[in-house]
Design a protein around this ligand. Structure first.
Ligand code: 13P
Ligand code: SF4
Length: 376
């Protein structure tokens, strides 16, 4: 197996909003109830008048998630946002999430107008994977199938053979591994290490990570587990391996929300952005949710398990982009077409997998079957 190289020296901090501190400085002030209601009514009218749909991620503010559903848009994980955004009949999409989600929506729906409340709502994984350096990394390993996480810019996606989100990464890598492919993976090393451990695939990693999930601490989580022995631990796989090792369920945001509905436990310790608790509480109103412990440098929490880039989205921003047409995503057509290929491949795989495979609980067997019946 190839030895993962440390390419962190290639990681450029030069893009806008790279540090958590800089990103927090752009987070809007909270609104009063009256202000929220006024913005909400104006947004509902504008969405209708402009044939627009609000597509939101589970990490954005509760009022945005609720408004997305109330107005006929959607709330989802990255994969669902991409799929639903593409299928939605609206001619304008308002993407409440981070930049790569808006770009993915535009790539998949070039004829739709895609607007974002704040175009500088980036993602530490995207910012830590500059396209030129990533492309050089790929050039140095031409024998490898390039698999990139959706949390990347359009240029990085255009360089990939496959794009994956955390909800389909295990299945796709298992499939590729069974085809005998060696993988070049980027940018999240924690998700990559988790997938590598689960699948045994030969994966060479870009050394990126998510600033927010990096802050979950295993020892403190262990202490908390001892205080709440009956609690189940839910962990997003962008967390480090020691934290993942303590999980009862590891999965995408939608998988973690689903687990809350399926499991019998009444208490859950949740290691991901705390915006997810809104959907968890809606799913299981009588259950108790506890944030997994975080600690930043010098034990001072920097993000406190809130993604500052996601927090840049608010009702004012949604209203502004609808009324002023601001925050539009523009992409070079050729670039968008190249980036569309590995995303389409992922969506086609996910759709075929869902259609042909009723998960047996054994991913390896599922994938052998899928290779026979479902794969293109
Ligand atoms: P999901 O695809 O699980 O929603 O994750 C996106 C993300 O950015 C997590 O930090
Ligand atoms: Fe990116 Fe991390 Fe924020 Fe998710 S939580 S959008 S991976 S910075």
């Amino acid at each position: 197996m190839a030895v993962p190289v440390d390419v962190s020296a290639m990681v450029s901090p030069a893009k806008v909003g790279y540090t958590v501190k800089e990103a927090w400085a752009r987070v809007p002030e909270p609104l009063t109830k009256e202000e929220m209601e006024a913005h909400k009514q104006a947004i509902l009218q504008a969405l209708k008048a402009q044939n627009a749909a609000l597509v939101a991620h589970y990490y954005v503010a509760p009022e945005l998630q609720d408004l997305a559903i109330e107005s006929g848009g959607c709330v989802g994980d990255s994969l669902e946002m991409a799929r639903i955004g593409r299928e939605h009949p609206a001619t304008t999409l308002i993407v409440a999430g981070v930049r790569f989600m808006g770009e993915t929506a535009k790539i998949l729906s070039p004829d739709k107008r895609v607007l974002m409340p704040d175009l500088e709502a980036n993602c530490s994984l995207d910012l830590g994977c500059p396209p030129q350096a990533f492309s050089a990394f790929c050039d140095a390993h031409p024998d490898r199938t390039v698999v990139v996480y959706a949390n990347t810019g359009a240029e990085v996606k255009a360089r990939a053979d496959w794009v994956v989100t955390s909800s389909i990464a295990l299945e796709i890598v298992t499939f590729l591994h069974q085809q005998g492919k060696k993988i070049l993976w980027g940018p999240d090393r924690h998700l990559g290490n988790y997938i590598q451990k689960e699948t045994g695939a030969d994966m060479l990693m870009w050394q990126g990570s998510c600033t927010v999930h990096n802050e979950f601490k295993a020892q403190e989580l262990l202490d908390l587990k001892q205080q709440y022995p009956a609690a189940k631990v839910l962990v997003h796989p962008e967390s480090n391996a020691e934290v993942i090792a303590l999980a009862d369920v590891v999965g995408s945001t939608s998988r973690l929300i689903q687990a809350v509905g399926e499991l019998d436990a009444t208490t859950y310790i949740v290691a991901t952005d705390q915006g997810i608790l809104h959907a968890m509480r809606q799913k299981a109103p009588h259950k108790t949710f506890i944030a997994a412990p975080t600690a930043g440098e010098s034990a001072t929490c920097k993000s406190c398990a809130f993604c500052p880039w996601m927090a840049m989205n608010d009702l004012v921003g949604v209203r502004r982009c609808l009324e002023a047409g601001s925050g539009e995503i523009f992409l070079d057509e050729e670039l968008a077409a190249a980036a569309a290929q590995p995303i389409d491949r992922m969506l086609a795989f996910a759709a075929a997998y869902k259609k042909h495979i009723r998960a047996s609980g054994d991913l390896s067997k599922d994938m052998q079957l899928f290779a026979k019946v479902g794969a293109a």
